[in-house]
Design a protein around this ligand. Structure first.
Ligand code: ADE
Ligand code: ZN
Length: 337
């Protein structure tokens, strides 16, 4: 990629729509929090922990990701983790971010729901006050746990309804189809929450279809396997259902063998509202601009694709119409000269 295009993808205004905040926990911060909170880790050093990041599939990653999150205990811990992410996002010219959090990972360890959401939300408020960065929270249900557990989590979250805008579905995809959470999502829709779900990452295209038909989600997280089903691909394009694609995640979790095999360009060529996101940046080797630069280096993507991806990121966001338009205008102004 020439340096002009690299400069463009790095500096262009963008939104991030698929980031698990627990996946932004860098090994150095894991060790610092373990020391601060007197939590024992199974790894002797930062280097040893980093060496364990050799994933073979989604589950092999999730096992380490949940272990890493075990050092988070206080409101300040959740603030510090989120603040570190927001600083990196700002450096990558992310103007708006919609952040996933996994309350069940923490409440099952005895951490209060309020501790989790208050710490994360305080960091978002600080970023808005200091830099004008906008952000919102999406609460994910862990799909390997039961429907009952998800309902109990929703109940715990309701007193904090003003602090999150939607719900999502993550964790082990295979064997945990979207329809397992049909009733929870129906309730969330009644509550006026935005709905998204991970689907078609490792799981089959049928999971994308049921996420749309049964859960009635507005966006699909990952969704890269949609191209295996031509009718589904046409539907996603026609209905402008955004896909929050995470190229480095797909590489590290072996959804693809090499980045040059990624289908992002085919997704864009099929008219899909595809976006680039980091997923779990501390584990997959990069934040937003690492994902952009490496993907643009691996695929024959051009300036027009950069503009499309930047526009898609704001179009696909849950911002109100006038703020969305303001950001879209900012993208177009950036690409004018
Ligand atoms: N939780 C964190 N990252 C995830 C991913 N890529 N897929 C499913 N669940 C996740
Ligand atoms: Zn994800």
């Amino acid at each position: 990629m020439d340096s002009t295009l690299r400069n463009i993808v790095q500096k262009m205004p963008k939104a991030e729509l698929h980031i698990h905040i627990e996946g932004s926990l860098e090994p150095e911060l894991i060790f610092a929090l373990a020391e601060r909170n007197l939590v024992a880790l199974n790894y002797a050093s930062v280097d040893e922990l980093r060496r364990a990041y050799a994933f073979t599939d989604l589950q092999s990653f999730l096992d380490i990701y949940y272990a890493g999150a075990s050092v988070l205990l206080t409101e300040q811990d959740f603030f510090d983790m989120t603040w570190a992410y927001l600083q990196r996002a700002k450096a990558d010219h992310v103007l708006h971010t919609e952040i996933f959090f996994d309350p069940q990972t923490h409440t099952t360890r005895g951490v209060a729901f309020s501790t989790v959401i208050d710490g994360i939300h305080r960091a978002l408020r600080e970023a808005r006050a200091r830099w004008g960065m906008s952000g919102a929270l999406i609460m994910c249900f862990l799909r390997h746990l039961s429907e009952e557990d998800a309902f109990a989590t929703l109940e715990q979250a309701l007193p904090y309804r003003d602090k999150f805008i939607g719900v999502g579905l993550d964790s082990s995809e295979r064997g945990n189809p979207p329809e397992k959470f049909a009733r929870v999502f129906a309730r969330c829709k009644e509550l006026g929450l935005h709905l998204v779900a991970h689907a078609g990452e490792e799981g089959p295209p049928a999971y994308i279809e049921t996420a749309l038909d049964v859960l009635q989600v507005e966006r699909i997280d990952h969704g890269v396997r949609c191209l295996e089903d031509a009718a589904l691909t046409r539907r996603l394009a026609r209905d402008k259902i955004p896909l929050t694609v995470c190229p480095l995640s797909n590489l590290k979790l072996r959804v693809i063998d090499k980045l040059s095999d990624h289908n992002l360009l085919q997704l864009l060529d099929a008219g899909l509202v595809a976006t680039i996101n980091s997923d779990d940046p501390a584990y997959f080797g990069g934040y937003m601009n690492d994902n952009f630069v490496q993907t643009f280096e691996a695929l024959p993507l051009q300036r027009k694709h950069a503009q499309q991806l930047a526009r898609n990121s704001f179009f696909a966001s849950f911002l109100d119409a006038s703020t969305k338009q303001k950001y879209l205008d900012e993208v177009d102004t950036f690409f004018q000269d």
